[in-house]
Ligand binder design. Structure first.
Ligand SMILES: NC(=O)c1ccc[n+]([C@@H]2O[C@H](COP(=O)([O-])OP(=O)(O)OC[C@H]3O[C@@H](n4cnc5c(N)ncnc54)[C@H](OP(=O)(O)O)[C@@H]3O)[C@@H](O)[C@H]2O)c1
Length: 282
C-alpha cells in the first residue's frame, strides 16, 4: 500500500494518475477526504498541522510519497511524518525535493528540502529523492499566462533559461519508483529536454492555445514590491525572489537524466506540454 501526500496538487495529481495507470494499490492523504468521495480513489484524513492525523493515515502503508507544501514549516513537517512512518513500519519513502538541494549555501527553499532529505536519510528507512527543476505548469499556475486570453507576463528572469519539467513526468517517475524495485538510495534530477527562456516557453504555450503572450523582464526591486503590495509575506517574497534569481543567473538551465533513467524515454518537451494543455489532456 502506497500513501500519497499532496495528492490534489500539480505533482500529486499526476502521481495519482500514473499510479492508477499502473494498477497500484494506493490511498491519498488529504485535508478534505470527503471531497474525493466518488473519485474512485481511497482518501484518508491527513493534515500536516495535525499530528493526530498522521498515525491513522499511515496505517498499513509500506511506501510513502512525501510532498510538502511550500511553507517555512516544510522540514519540520517532514521530520514529524518520518518519525510517525518509522513507528508504523513504512519501508520506503520517496520525497519530492528540488534540484540543487545540495548547493552551498544554496537558497532557502533548497535548504529546507535538503533538511527534509536528511531527516528521511537519518531514519534508516529506504529512500529515493526526486529533485525536479521548475515546473512547466508554473506559467499558467503562477506567472499569469491566461489560457483564455492574450497576456503580458512580468518576471524578473532577465534572459535566463530553465530546463522546465512537465509535472506529468515527475508523477510518472514517482509512480515507477514506488512500484518497481531498484530505486532505493537513489537521487534523480528531473528536468525537461531543453533549457528555455521565458519568452521561448510563452511562445510555445501561446502557439498551442492560440494566444499571444508577451514576457516583460521586470527589475528585481519592482517584482519584490509588486508581490509585497499583493500581500505576500516577507518569507514568500524572499523565497520567490531567490527562485527568480537562480533562473536569471542561468543556474537552472542544467539538464538532468532522471526522467530517462527511470522511464526509459526522454522527458516531454515544452511544446508537447503546451499542445497537451491546449487539447485538455492536462
Ligand atoms: N513549482 C515548482 O516549479 C517547483 C519546483 C521544484 C520543487 N517544487 C516543490 O514542489 C512542492 C509543491 O508541489 P505542487 O506544486 O504539486 O503542490 P501544490 O499544487 O501547491 O499542492 C500542494 C498540496 O499540498 C496539500 N496541502 C497543503 N497544505 C496541507 C496541509 N496542511 N495538510 C495536508 N495537505 C496539505 C494540498 O492539499 P489541499 O487540496 O488540501 O490544498 C495539495 O495537495 C513543494 O515542495 C515545492 O518546493 C516546486
Amino acid at each position: 500500500m502506497i500513501l500519497v501526500t499532496g495528492a490534489t496538487g500539480t505533482i500529486g495529481s499526476s502521481t495519482v494518475k500514473a499510479l492508477k495507470a499502473r494498477g497500484a494499490r494506493f490511498k491519498v492523504a488529504s485535508r478534505s477526504p470527503e471531497k474525493l468521495q466518488g473519485s474512485g480513489v481511497e482518501a484518508v484524513l491527513f493534515d500536516w498541522d495535525k499530528l493526530e492525523t498522521y498515525g491513522s493515515a499511515l496505517q498499513g502503508v509500506e511506501k510513502l510519497f512525501v510532498l510538502t507544501p511550500t511553507t517555512e514549516k516544510q522540514a519540520e513537517y517532514t521530520q514529524r511524518l518520518v518519525d510517525a512512518a518509522k513507528k508504523s513500519g513504512v519501508k520506503h519513502i520517496v520525497k519530492l525535493s528540488v534540484m540543487g538541494a545540495d548547493a552551498e549555501p544554496g537558497i532557502m527553499l533548497g535548504r529546507l528540502h535538503k533538511a527534509g532529505e536528511n531527516a528521511i536519510k537519518a531514519s534508516g528507512i529506504a529512500w529515493t529523492m526526486l529533485r525536479p527543476t521548475f515546473f512547466m505548469e508554473n506559467f499558467i499556475n503562477f506567472y499569469g499566462a491566461d489560457p483564455k486570453k492574450d497576456s503580458t507576463v512580468y518576471l524578473p528572469h532577465g534572459q535566463g533559461k530553465a530546463a522546465w519539467v512537465d509535472g506529468r513526468d515527475i508523477g510518472e517517475v514517482a509512480a515507477v519508483v514506488m512500484t518497481t524495485p531498484g530505486h532505493e538510495g537513489k537521487t534523480y534530477d528531473l528536468t525537461g529536454p531543453e533549457a528555455l527562456g521565458a519568452q521561448e516557453a510563452l511562445d510555445a504555450l501561446g502557439q498551442a492555445v492560440g494566444h499571444k503572450y508577451t514576457y516583460v523582464d521586470v527589475p528585481e526591486a519592482a517584482a519584490q514590491k509588486a508581490m509585497t503590495d499583493m500581500g505576500a509575506s516577507k518569507w514568500s517574497v524572499d523565497g520567490l525572489m531567490e527562485l527568480n534569481f537562480i533562473i536569471k543567473q542561468g543556474w537552472s538551465a542544467a539538464l538532468g537524466t532522471g526522467v530517462k533513467d527511470v522511464l526509459g524515454r526522454p522527458p516531454r518537451s515544452f511544446s508537447q506540454y503546451a499542445k497537451d494543455f491546449a487539447s485538455g489532456q492536462r
